[in-house]
Design a protein around this ligand. Structure first.
Ligand code: NAD
Length: 484
């Protein structure tokens, strides 16, 4: 099975912040891989625009180096690299002054799709939108792509939405949550809505609870300043875990179209109850054999920023009333693993008696690494005299099932950048979704501040603070393991 490549029309893509980390590590390599796949035509132009006074040649050198580093396999083909570099341009430009805007304007073609990627710090999002409009660079075929973080709280997200809305239609604004670009996250929708098997059971009558885990082994090195202001709640929970929660809990949209999907996601967020303080655990990595503690890393021995959060959420609607959702995410944990566990209820009656034990089905959807699904089913334990039961996994790795040519699926940025060019907003967050997510998050953070909450320390390389286990234990449940 070979994935299909649907070519797009020529476009101009301006990357504001083109010399930055995100542009060079993710966006440019993603564009290169799509170029190698033959998805975009030769006439396309990628224009880096940033503060550095570089020539086009020196910018191309930077791009060539990042291809070597971040697209090592394909960058071994000199013809592909040279072909790609010919499409690369550069304009020194300042988002906060008039410098560079006239040369940028001259470079752009009038008759094609035009995308402006805001790969700069969030304080520049508003000024960029204003200058694009002031210099008449926004045609009806123009899209803007806005990176995370989208606001720091509800008020700032509203203000940013209002600024962008004064210059662009909602249909032109692409707010990135790169989690939505991951092949396996889209697979969540395919598994749920492409199969007859799961959906009839997908409600509180049959599902005991759902666990969503996004565990990271990395710390916050290189992002200390940003992270100290954000913490795990803002950095991960408000966006990535919230998006996973929406996809797992939403009603089936009538079709796979941007507003149909986003309407359903929004309903989930709006149906979330406020989280009770005793249903949240905050943690902070404290060091140990596997590295330094958070406070040492940020150079603030009184920091109360959380690098871990676990919580129990409730969705008050017909489908989910009574089924809790347990979400957890953290840094410096034992393994890198993103997984959703749908834990079904016990069978209503056991015909095998007490000695057979209690058994329940569980569906694990692994998003990374080793993407796939495992269904835990109960069978008879072989060889015993009586009828004893045992749980066994029905395990499917997508890579194995789909064959070797699909071992290297497009990465999230490849998918998302091409969706921008195609004008498909399904995998991008709408303004009202982002605001609703902040409206749920803000009171949690305000509660911590009001109570002077201090996160619980946990050892680097562990599964997180012990209190997160208690959160489950109190409900007679337990977390599934964090397995790589
Ligand atoms: P960076 O500091 O590495 O790069 C910033 C870029 O902005 C540089 O190219 C710089 O020249 C340019 N710039 C700064 N001031 C400017 C001005 N006044 N006018 C024009 N250009 C200016 O930052 P980054 O890590 O690439 O992050 C960019 C954005 O992406 C941020 O909003 C960040 O939160 C977001 N983001 C980054 C990552 C990541 O992995 N780096 C991941 C997710 C989101």
């Amino acid at each position: 099975m070979v994935s299909r490549v649907i070519p797009v029309d020529p476009f101009d893509l301006v990357i504001f912040g083109g010399t930055g980390d995100l542009a060079q590590r993710k966006i440019v390599p993603a564009l290169f891989r799509r170029y190698c796949a033959g998805q975009w035509p030769e006439a396309t132009r990628i224009i880096g625009a940033a503060r550095g006074a570089l020539t086009v040649e020196s910018f191309r050198d930077i791009v060539a180096e990042s291809l070597r580093q971040y697209a090592p396999k394909r960058s071994k083909d000199p013809e592909a690299v040279n072909g790609f570099l010919q499409r690369i341009n550069y304009v020194p430009l300042d988002a906060l002054s008039e410098d560079g805007w006239a040369p940028l304007s001259e470079l752009l073609s009038t008759d094609r799709i035009r995308a402006f990627y805001f790969s700069v710090g969030p304080r520049l999002f508003g000024p960029l939108a204003e200058r694009i409009r002031a210099h008449n660079l926004a045609t009806p075929q123009t899209r803007i792509v806005v990176e995370k973080p989208f606001g720091h709280d509800l008020e700032s997200a509203r203000a940013l939405n209002a600024t962008l809305a004064s210059h662009f239609d909602e249909g032109q604004i692409y707010r990135i949550d790169h989690y939505l670009g991951k092949e396996t996250v889209q697979n969540l929708m395919a598994v749920r809505f492409g199969n007859m098997l799961f959906e009839p059971l997908w409600n509180s009558q049959y599902v005991d609870h759902i666990q969503i885990t996004v565990a990271e082994t990395v710390g916050i090195d290189g992002r200390e300043e940003y992270y100290e202001r954000a913490g795990a709640m803002r950095d991960m929970m408000q966006n990535h875990l919230m998006q996973l929660l929406c996809l797992i809990a939403m009603e089936p949209p009538a079709k796979f179209d941007p507003d149909a999907v986003r309407d359903e996601k929004l309903k989930v967020i709006r149906a979330l109850d406020p989280v009770e303080p005793h249903h949240i655990v905050r943690g902070q990595f404290a060091g140990g054999k596997q590295g330094r503690g958070y406070r040492e890393v940020v150079g603030n021995n009184r920091s109360t920023t959380e690098s871990y959060v676990a919580l129990r959420a409730h969705i008050s609607n017909w489908r989910w009333a009574g089924t809790p959702f347990y979400l957890r995410t953290g840094k410096e944990l034992v393994a890198r693993s993103s997984v959703i566990n749908v834990m079904f209820k016990d069978a209503p009656h056991s015909i095998f008696g007490e000695e057979a034990g209690r058994h329940a089905n569980a569906l694990s959807i692994r998003l990374q690494p080793n993407e796939g699904i495992t269904l835990k089913v109960t069978i008879k334990e072989p060889g015993q005299g009586g009828m004893r039961l045992v749980d066994v996994p029905l395990d499917m790795s997508f890579a194995e099932a789909l064959g070797p040519e699909n071992q290297d699926p497009p990465d999230a940025y490849e998918r998302l950048v091409m969706d921008v060019i195609r004008g498909n907003q399904t995998l991008f967050m709408r303004g009202d979704e982002v605001e609703a997510a902040w409206a749920w998050t803000d009171p949690i953070i305000a509660g911590w501040q009001a109570r002077g909450d201090v996160p619980k320390p946990y050892e680097n390389g562990s599964t997180g603070p012990g209190d997160a286990e208690l959160l489950m234990k109190r409900d007679h449940r337990r977390w599934q393991g964090i397995n790589p």
